[in-house]
Design a protein around this ligand. Sequence first.
Ligand SMILES: [Zn+2]
Length: 302
Amino acid sequence: MNWLTNFVLPKIRAVVARKEVPDNLWKKCPGCEQMLFHRELTANLEVCRNCGHHFRIGSAIRFKQLFDDGAFERAELPRVPVDPLRFRDRKRYTDRLKEGQAMLGPGSDAAAVASGKIGGNAAVIAAFDFDFMGGSMGVAVGEGFLTAARLAVARRAGLIVIPSSGGARMQEGILSLMQMPRTILAADLVKEAGLPYIVVLTDPTTGGVSASFAMVGDIALAEPGAVIGFAGARVIEETIREKLPEGFQRAEYLYDHGMVDIVAPRAELPAMIGRILSLLQDPVRVMPALPPPPGRNGAEAR
Ligand SMILES: [Zn+2]
C-alpha cells in the first residue's frame, strides 16, 4: 500500500488542489449576504450591486477613484518616534506596526496623503486605512494630517479628508489624544488661507477622530450606511438605559439631524467633490449660464 499513499495520493491531491477555487475570488456582502465576484466588486468601486453596501477601502484605492484620471502624487510623510511608551498588550505595539507596514509598505501608518486634481481643481487628500490598526490616530497620523494641511496651503489647493477610523491610538496614550487639537489647528491653517476643507465621512468614523477634525469640515459628505459617532451604540444604551432609535449613528440618521450635508454614493463622489471645490474657489467660472441680474438694461428692467 505504500506506493498508494506515497505516490498516487499526492498526485490525486495535486490535481484536486489545482481545481479548488481560491478564497479571494469571492467576497460575502455583510449587507445582503450575497456572494460577490471580486473583479465585479472592484469594477463597481467596492460597492455591492445588490444592496449598495459600501465596503471599506484603503487610501490607495481612494486616491485612484477620486483624482482625475487616477493620477496623483504621494506626499512624503515625516518619520516619527516609534513606540514612545514601549506599549505592550497581547502583542507588542512595534509588532502591530510591522504587521500594518507589511501590508501597506515600509514607513506607512494609518493615513496617507496625496495631491493632484479633482474636476480640474488642485486638491490634497488625506485618506485613512482602516486595515492599519483600525485606522487609529497616533502621532504619525497627526503629522500626516499636518503635512496635508501645509501642502494644501502651499499649493492653494482644497483639502479633502477621508477618515475611516476607530479613534485615537491607545498604544500611544496621551500622545494620541494630543493629535485631536493638533488636527483641528491643521484644519484651521487651511480655513485661514481661505481654502476649502471638505470631509468625507466613511465607515467607521468614531472616537477621537469624530471628536476632532472629522466634524469641522466646511462641507461634510458621508458615504451611505457609514457608522459615524463618538461612543459605540451599545455603550450609550448601557449608560443612558434607553433603547436607541433605528439607524442611530448611521450617515442617513446624521443627515436627517443636520450633522451631515450630503450622503453621497461612492460613484458620485469625484464629480461632487470637483463641483464643490469649483464652487468654493472659483464660483464665476462654474456658473457662466446664470442669467444677468435684472435691471441691467432697459429690456430686463421691464
Ligand atoms: Zn449586498
